[in-house]
Write a protein that binds this ligand. Structure first.
Ligand SMILES: Nc1nc2c(c(=O)[nH]1)N[C@H]1C(S)=C(S)[C@@H](COP(=O)(O)O)O[C@H]1N2
Ligand SMILES: [Mo]
Length: 313
């Protein structure tokens, strides 16, 4: 995420993808194939994870071509399992995600710890097809499965003092080998303002492509905020705390001049070391223009009215 090396390694990955595509169908055939399906076929052996039945379609979905299951599950950032894009798929397979308690605490009327399977019974699961964009200037279209974080928050009943929501990932150095090195300040933490957290776009995801969430994508529970850079989407969540003040966030702590608390996708505010004006959609060759709030400005722009987005990046 931080190193220039990581950014320049992307074209190599893409070339490997094109090479594989060539093998699959030839240049022309491969290109035509990839354009003619809205949802690419799931590849061969994958996925083996159980399907999540009775999904209804959630709001704000995009009908853009969905990124392949293979790419969504093999091009990941999850530093608890290593810093290379392929590390999470390789090293998170055996990570146990049950039993798994999630604790809700702080400024709420109903603090409690819940086993994640119990939590899943509280709300109907929806499919939400969202554009996602990483601060590293690549993007994907991901068919998430989950439920609205706002519904959960209303059930927990925040007190008037609750202004922010602070999320904490699992700390388990024995099973999360990346935590044995101090590449980040463990555990990974993130935060949202309460109005961002209760926005109808904000999702607690538990699956993708209609199936249980793979470990490398943050099982059993991860945050998805499609108008913000990918790093806000904290994985392997164990604690949700409602607080009065803006909570610390992992990447902001690590490099405050590069990663702000808000992290709204903003093509007009460059990262100090690279432009944010364009992005490469994984699986595509040509770059696209990055849209303000990742294309969700109509839905979320009002949350930031009057704020100087160059200062609150
Ligand atoms: N716990 C934890 N959550 C995390 C990360 C991480 O390293 N640890 N990486 C973040 C970053 S930088 C991105 S881009 C997204 C990637 O999500 P994906 O691999 O499902 O696409 O996860 C985010 N959530
Ligand atoms: Mo990221």
């Amino acid at each position: 995420m931080w190193a220039t090396v990581k950014v320049t390694s992307l074209p190599l990955y893409l070339r490997r993808r094109e090479f594989l595509a060539l093998g699959a169908g030839g240049v022309v055939g491969g290109a035509v194939m990839s354009l003619s399906f809205a949802r690419p076929a799931l590849s061969g052996s994958e996925p083996s994870l159980p399907p999540l039945p009775n999904l209804k379609k959630g709001p704000f979905g995009t009908d853009e071509r969905q990124t392949s299951y293979e790419d969504i599950t093999h091009y990941n950032n999850y530093y608890e399992f290593g810093t290379d894009k392929t590390d999470p798929a390789a090293h998170a397979v055996a990570f146990p995600t049950r039993p798994w308690k999630v604790t809700f605490e702080g400024e709420i009327k109903n603090p409690q710890s819940v086993e994640v399977d119990e939590l899943l019974k509280w709300f109907p699961l929806e499919e939400r097809i969202y554009r996602m964009r990483c601060v590293e200037a690549w993007s994907m279209v991901i068919p998430w499965v989950g439920f609205s974080l706002g519904d959960l928050i209303r059930k927990l009943e925040p007190t008037p003092r609750a202004k922010y929501v602070a999320f904490t990932s699992r700390l388990d150095p024995a099973r999360m080998p990346g935590q044995q090195r101090r590449v980040l300040d463990w555990p990974y933490v993130e935060g949202l303002r309460l109005d961002e957290a209760t926005h109808p776009l904000t999702l607690f995801a538990v699956g993708l492509y209609g199936r249980v969430l793979p470990n490398q994508n943050g099982a059993p529970l991860r945050l998805v905020v499609p108008w913000k850079y990918g790093f806000k989407g904290i994985k392997g969540i164990t604690k949700v705390r409602f607080v009065e003040r803006e909570p610390p966030t992992t990447w902001n702590r690590m490099a405050p001049n590069e990663y702000g608390f808000y992290a709204n996708v903003n093509p007009a505010v460059d990262h100090p070391r690279w432009s944010q004006a364009k992005e490469r959609r994984i699986g595509e060759f040509f770059k696209r223009k990055t849209l303000p709030f990742n294309g969700y400005a109509d839905q979320v722009g009002h949350l930031y009215e009057g704020m100087d987005l160059k200062r609150f990046y």
